[in-house]
Design a protein around this ligand. Structure first.
Ligand SMILES: [Zn+2]
Ligand SMILES: [Zn+2]
Length: 280
């Protein structure tokens, strides 16, 4: 499969000359299977989803968008996804089912409707289907999507694992493992859901809002440290770590300085950058 990193910034977009190498678009990953030309699966709909449209070869998007959760930085791109907002698009949008029974479309419409935004989800053009899902496995053609509930702050959140039978990766952009306890190194518990998602994965894409030396999980919106991601990869047997959900104020040079401090990690560690393509 081919994975395009369309948005790797966390929390809010980060434009500007200090952010050109890693990019400023918020969470969005596009997955194209080996036999396909265009992406069939999109993880999260942050502002990076605008970069999926050029991957569609002027055609409509026909596939699935799976949201990890409903925070702004994971949904704000939705109405600006031109490949999905056209008459011939066919989009199945999956998100964690809400505990209070609110339907998926109504939950999205809380943030996407007047007076917060000019249109509602229902007004997106094409065929849109909005579905709340429980943790479990969803078959999407040649891909398998595994959803597990993971701790975060303010709203039910899933981590995902995507596999095509040959390669697999885990995607946990927003994760607050300290909610479950300090774990062995004070960075959070290596809990069952995270372990299952990352188990033997080719790579682990993980929240790196913090680095151990500035780690203050109580000070912000429910995030993890890069060193936790490395510890999880080692514990679960994942072969590579891709750090994402970069803090919006971390400049290119600061990110590179932080990453240099992780060079001797027991697994290869890379900083995810907008526009990067990974083939497995
Ligand atoms: Zn986020
Ligand atoms: Zn979040």
């Amino acid at each position: 499969m081919r994975i395009t990193l369309c948005g790797t910034r966390g929390s809010t977009p980060a434009p500007g000359r200090d952010f050109v190498r890693y990019g400023g678009h918020t969470s969005c990953i596009a997955v194209t299977t080996a036999d396909a030309v265009t992406p069939e699966l999109i993880l999260d709909a942050g502002t990076g989803i605008r970069e999926v449209t050029p991957l569609l070869a002027d055609g409509p998007f026909a596939g699935t968008i799976a949201l990890t959760h409903l925070h702004w930085d994971h949904v704000h791109g939705l109405p600006f996804f031109r490949g999905g907002d056209r008459d011939d698009a066919a989009v199945r949008l999956l998100m964690p089912a809400l505990a209070d029974g609110t339907g998926a479309e109504a939950a999205l419409a809380r943030g996407m409707s007047p007076p917060h935004f000019p249109i509602t989800p229902e007004q997106l053009r094409g065929q849109w289907e909005f579905t709340g899902i429980e943790p479990g496995t969803v078959r999407l053609g040649a891909l398998t999507l595994l959803a597990r509930e993971i701790p975060h702050k303010g709203g039910r959140t899933f981590g995902y694992r995507v596999s095509d039978g040959t390669a697999s990766f885990a995607y946990l952009p927003d994760h607050s493992p300290t909610n479950l306890g300090p774990g062995p190194d004070g960075l959070g518990e290596y809990h069952d859901a995270a372990m299952e998602l990352a188990d033997d994965a080719d790579f682990l894409m993980h929240d790196s809002f913090w680095y151990a030396e500035d780690f203050e999980p109580a000070e912000t919106l429910g995030h993890a440290a890069a060193e936790y991601a490395i510890g999880l990869a080692v514990a679960a047997g994942a072969r590579q770590v891709l750090l994402l959900h970069h803090r919006p104020d971390r400049t290119d040079s600061e990110l590179e300085k932080r990453a240099a401090g992780l060079r001797d990690s027991p697994v290869p560690v890379m900083l995810a950058a907008d526009g990067e393509v990974i083939c497995r």
